[in-house]
Design a protein around this ligand. Sequence first.
Ligand SMILES: Cc1cc2nc3c(=O)[nH]c(=O)nc-3n(C[C@H](O)[C@H](O)[C@H](O)COP(=O)(O)OP(=O)(O)OC[C@H]3O[C@@H](n4cnc5c(N)ncnc54)[C@H](O)[C@@H]3O)c2cc1C
Length: 396
Amino acid sequence: MDLSVDDKAFAAEVRGFIAEHLTPEIRRAQALTPSVFSDPEIIAPWQKALHAKGWVAPGWPRDHGGTGWTPIQRWIFETECARAGVPSVSPMGVKMVGPLIIGFGTAEQKAFYLPRILSGADYWCQGYSEPGSGSDLASLKTRAVRDGDHYVINGTKIWTTHAHHANRMFALVRTETGARPQDGISFILIDMKSPGISIRPILTIGGDHEVNQVFFDDVRVPVADRVGEEGKGWTYGKYLLEFERGSGIASAKLRQGLDAVLALARSAATGHAIEDPDIALGAAEIEVDIDALEMTELRLLSAMQTGQNPGAVSSLLKLRVSEIRQAVTRLGVEVIGLDALAVEPMRPLYAINQAPAIPEAALPIVPEHLNGRAYTIFGGTSEIQRDIIAKLMLGL
Ligand SMILES: Cc1cc2nc3c(=O)[nH]c(=O)nc-3n(C[C@H](O)[C@H](O)[C@H](O)COP(=O)(O)OP(=O)(O)OC[C@H]3O[C@@H](n4cnc5c(N)ncnc54)[C@H](O)[C@@H]3O)c2cc1C
């Protein structure tokens, strides 16, 4: 693809912005982050710079603080950011609850929440899954009982990413028991400082603290913090999941991850592992997969630019992105070879010493490989995505 003169100028502007605001400290901390989301302290200074420039929310309409960029500009921005290794702003606010509030929130909710998402004043977590209600999300049991102009919430949410950092949660709760499990679910916004909320950390195979179980014990939430109609939360929740699964541009980041693995494979530190035909073939296959993914992402971006929401193609993207991500780190582990066994599971990597044989840039590969088992689980498992693709795209 050839970029137009305007697009080339835009790419240069993005590169200039990155050069000015991406400090070596942020870049290094991000490079050594092997988990799905970066910690808020890594993101905060970068988000502040983006906010000052009006660039936090490329996907939002301009009148709500979005950029008004064309699909190709969004692609350029994401690609330049991935190349430079900038941290991603947490998607829970900008990519998930933000579009939902824009689509279905009241004027008051938009005026209060949207600017706080953009500035980073609010950090959100997603309260969907419960013990026993993951793939079968509609079976969720956390109850919200009306008491005057409040709901009183009792129950528990699990696998809640960054609940320990968040000051707000968007959640699906049961406001009545309907004929179908999908009926009687409502979508509410919860202040995580509310009395009655407690958070228990869950440590994962990667050794990190990213997810939690959250308990609600008579937590009072104003009815004004329900988004949309009572009992219609399932519709809103599904709309949001489409944005979670398929509104990003992952190919640029995947390519950057593959490039890092290839640089390592060409280095003496790995005994020039690239000369192993299995490694070379594996890398070539991943590269072709990333090229194909990139084209699909561009098609989706054009569709979204004309006002459509992602629809079932988001499931296809989620499936492919998660599989390719795992393939990249698996190749990385193969390139490192037996030395991979010496890398400890993740702790704040930027603060510890690791296996000396491995160059610093390669340190996150093993923890990311372990942490990345979750890619094919969160946001809906691969089996569930295949079900959706079969039903909605293939008509099976
Ligand atoms: C790291 C991580 C972060 C997460 N973050 C969040 C978060 O922030 N907020 C949140 O709400 N949730 C979060 N989740 C939860 C995630 O969405 C669920 O784990 C996921 O939806 C699967 O649900 P489950 O764990 O209950 O597994 P189950 O639904 O019990 O599935 C178990 C297995 O059965 C298979 N299976 C289930 N049903 C079917 C079916 N109908 N057809 C074929 N196979 C099926 C699944 O594919 C899976 O292999 C996170 C999970 C992880 C691992």
